[in-house]
Design a protein around this ligand. Structure first.
Ligand code: N01
Length: 538
């Protein structure tokens, strides 16, 4: 379809896709449907993206299985059987392997290949990408399906190279199972990953020490096998469930309370919170409709969880340390756990508060804090990601006027709809900054982006256009809108990775669009219907 002349020794395609997780796989499928030639580059040796790398014990999604899956093929959603309420990492990876095979996607994927740079050549009107294996390829369109939580962050503790034991990052876990039996193990970090991995290690290791900087709110998962009857019934109504999820705020069928905390009596609030705790999962944070706008409403739910922590953890000093007090519940990503708080009742588990006694260095034998030297056989970094922008800015992306994306985003990411960036024609970001992405059931957000991009490319092909780029004014307006609606919430007050606060030097900007997936989808569709308002198409 493309009319670009191939440069000798550089394979030319209509589109290059970077990443073979949920987003890259579906994008490849849609490009094929459009009759466009595409190649995908993937750093891992198989598909899966986030779910390929995060193999740590206990890794599990906290969106229910029946929702955290593709909706684009009814055959696929009918034939796949989920075994648990929440899918564990091996099951999600099997699912994505199945998707890749079922739609015959592997033949267009180059595995074990990282894209190092992508440069737009304005004369040829194409992207030139280079890989870490020294190859280059060109394409009219470059689609970055690189994931929002895929650039792991290991803090620069002095001395790690001297550590005589083994160390791991949850986001780069070895393919072979790690045996912690009889070991003294440290887990640094108490976000979603740390809270999942720690109880698994505590059950196996001789001693576990959790290094906590900021306590997090966590809700029990109450994970359980998914009965066949429940699954069958759900599948009968998949079209209705999917439509409702896509129109919702979070892309998931949570039960969004329509009531303010202050329109309820104390007994009603207690009953609401009890019911949500008993059901478990992230749904808990939708207990009042003013949860994220009114600190007093939020405090009611936060106090409830703090009381729960106090009732589960027997040692009062530990319980007090585990109670978050520095942020409103849900303004840092809510965690969902299995036995996290109860784990602190085990005699082999110790909690170290690294705010009171910071880690000063890694030593040959373990971890030194300002108060003590701790000896370990293994250290697990559950220290998170350079979220949302990190997987994009670690690629050297150069736009039409020669400016690097990293430089353009020095004061915070700028993007129109989180899909395209002014001065970077024909470059698409799936679940990029300024889109709902990480605030939602990301599979639904990915489908929305991929379908929007595919429709856009289809329209361009039909009309003979070969270049699309957002107008700077439209981009500025969108960035301001994303910031405005975030500013109306409590989220902007927290030191979260949503705000870039976990990476020293990262600009303090709320990264996702918080207006909800349903609203966002309407906006994107209206813009397309208006002839791609805010975009220049040639
Ligand atoms: O990363 P995080 P994560 N010294 O950034 C601490 C998704 N996810 O991998 O809060 C000491 O949340 C840091 O402390 P602080 C989900 O969206 C989903 O756990 O910055 N500690 C924090 O405690 C999630 O939010 C699932 O003060 C340091 C921790 O490390 C996202 O991925 C499962 C430190 C990092 O927590 C990321 O989760 C897993 C330092 N120098 C992940 N630096 C499910 O679906 C950082 N920390 C269930």
């Amino acid at each position: 379809m493309s009319n670009v002349t191939s440069i000798p020794n550089r394979p030319h395609h209509d589109a290059i896709v970077v990443g073979a997780g949920f987003a890259g796989l579906y994008m490849l499928h849609k490009l094929r449907e459009l009759g466009l030639s595409a190649q995908c580059f993937e750093g891992g040796d198989s598909v899966g993206g986030t779910w390929y790398w995060n193999r740590y014990p206990g890794a599990r999604c906290d969106v229910p299985s029946l929702e955290y899956s593709f909706s684009f093929s009814d055959e696929l959603q009918q034939e796949w059987e989920w075994s648990e309420r929440y899918p564990a990492q091996p099951e999600i990876l099997r699912y994505l392997d199945h998707v890749a095979d079922r739609f015959d996607l592997r033949r267009e994927i180059h595995f074990n290949t990282w894209i190092q740079s992508a440069r737009f050549d304005p004369d040829q009107g194409m992207w030139i990408v280079t890989t870490d294996t020294g190859e280059t390829a060109t394409a009219r369109y470059c689609i970055l399906a690189t994931g929002a939580l895929s650039a792991p962050r290991k803090p620069d503790f002095a001395g790690l190279d001297d550590f005589a034991g083994q160390w791991y990052h949850t986001g780069q876990w070895p393919h072979q199972p790690v045996d912690f039996t009889g070991q003294r193990v440290a887990v640094i970090g108490t976000g979603s990953s740390g809270i999942q991995v720690a109880p698994m290690i505590a059950a196996e290791a001789a001693e576990l020490t959790v290094f906590q900087r900021t306590p997090n709110f966590s809700i029990p998962a109450w994970n359980q096998p998914l009965p066949r009857s429940v699954q069958d019934e759900w599948k009968k109504h998949y079209p209705r469930h999917r439509a409702a999820a896509k129109a919702s705020r979070s892309g998931a069928l949570y039960d969004y309370s329509q009531r303010s905390a202050f329109d309820m009596t104390a007994a009603e609030r207690q009953a609401e919170l009890d019911a949500r705790w008993a059901r478990g999962g992230a749904n808990f944070t939708h207990c009042f409709n003013d949860m994220f706008r009114d600190k007093a409403a939020n405090d009611i739910a936060a106090d409830y969880v703090r009381n729960k922590i106090g009732s589960i953890v027997q040692d009062w000093d530990k319980a007090a340390l585990l109670m978050p007090t520095d942020h409103a519940i849900g303004t840092k990503r809510i965690c969902v756990d299995t036995d996290y708080y109860a784990m602190f009742n085990r005699p082999n588990v110790t909690l170290v508060d690294v705010r009171a006694t910071p880690i000063t260095r890694i030593t040959t034998t373990g971890i030194a804090t300002s108060a003590a030297d701790h000896a370990f056989d293994s250290i697990v970094f559950a220290t998170g990601y350079d979220a949302v922008t990190g997987s994009l800015t670690r690629i050297d992306i150069i736009g039409r006027s020669g400016v690097g994306l990293k430089d353009k985003w020095r004061d915070g990411p700028k993007s129109y709809l989180g899909i395209m960036v002014a001065d970077y024609p024909n470059l698409f970001t799936i679940t990029g900054p300024g889109s709902p992405s990480i605030l939602t059931n990301v599979v639904m957000s990915i489908e929305q982006h991929v379908e929007w991009v595919a429709d856009c490319l289809g329209t361009m092909a039909r009309t003979g256009a070969d270049l699309i780029e957002p107008e700077l004014a439209a981009e500025d307006e969108w960035v301001a809108h994303v910031a405005d609606i975030a500013a109306q919430t409590l989220h902007v007050q927290a030191n979260s990775w949503y705000m870039g606060a976990n990476v020293p030097g990262k600009p303090r900007v709320f990264l996702p669009y918080i207006g909800g997936l349903g609203t966002y989808t309407q906006i994107c569709n209206e813009i397309a219907r208006d002839g791609y308002r805010g975009f220049v198409i040639r």
